[in-house]
Design a protein around this ligand. Structure first.
Ligand SMILES: [Zn+2]
Length: 258
């Protein structure tokens, strides 16, 4: 008998929760639909991403990469090993050495550290699944997707036209205030050694690390962003990355004139 007293309350709660659950399921269904035409490498990577919001944000990157996706896709462990035996890799190391030597001359007592190992897909997935900023931006995208699907006349189940429309929504969506701190897994320029992160070292200790929280205090206020940029002038390194603001991240153009 007592349970019956609560039945109306339970029904009321379900009525409130009902539409939200349905919308979230709709996002999942549209996510699946836009995933359908992605290249196999991207589909496989998606299966290793935790939860629909982070998957949705990754798919946005895959859609934006469009036909470049396969050409940009990160190297396998075997491809990384082959690269590390190549002349191109030796040229990369020589370019980094030249930048470091110049930086040390311009800034006595300080040096540069650069990780020259390409960032594997496994590492990119691990970062994507654990990075808090990616989580925050993914949740924003999930909410925007819910609004997109409930605010406009999307069919309950995605047809070809509605799938295309949702894909366009993902492509055009811009997070505020900043872009995700990581590329979608598989698409990092670090995955093919086309980007290098530089850190400032003093007495063997990193004093300006690759941390978003240190951009202001270490890189800007102490001038390291500017000093690193000065050492980069006229080299094969282009940058730094502006969005998001990463003063340590430079793109590398192999074969460019120094
Ligand atoms: Zn980087």
């Amino acid at each position: 008998m007592r349970a019956n007293l609560f039945a109306p309350i339970l029904i009321a709660c379900l009525a409130v929760a009902g539409p939200a659950r349905a919308s979230s399921a709709a996002v999942d269904e549209y996510l699946l639909a836009v995933t359908h035409d992605l290249p196999p490498v991207a589909k496989e990577a998606l299966q290793r991403i935790d939860g629909p919001p982070r998957q949705l944000l990754a798919v946005r990157g895959y859609i934006r990469a469009d036909r470049q996706l396969t050409a940009r896709w990160s190297w396998s462990a075997q491809e990384i090993r082959a690269y590390e035996a190549s002349d191109e890799y030796r040229e990369l190391l020589a370019s980094i050495d030249a930048v470091r030597a110049r930086f040390e001359t311009q800034n006595p007592g300080y040096s540069l550290y650069a990780n020259t190992t390409a960032r594997s897909l496994d590492q990119q997935l691990q970062r994507w699944n654990s990075n808090p900023s990616v989580g925050v931006i993914a949740a924003l995208l999930q909410q925007a997707a819910l609004r997109e699907l409930s605010g406009k006349d999307y069919p309950a189940h995605p047809d070809a036209k509605a799938t295309l429309r949702f894909a366009n929504f993902l492509r055009e969506w811009r997070p505020t205030p900043a872009a995700p701190p990581l590329a979608s897994p598989g698409l990092s320029l670090h995955g093919r050694s086309r980007a290098i992160d530089f850190q400032i070292v003093q007495n063997g200790r990193i004093i300006a690390p690759t941390e978003v929280a240190k951009v202001r205090s270490a890189w800007e206020d102490q001038g390291w962003a500017r000093k690193l940029a000065t050492a980069m002038r006229g080299t094969r390194f282009v940058g730094p990355l502006q969005s998001p603001n990463e003063p340590w991240h430079y793109e590398y153009a192999p074969g460019a004139r120094e």
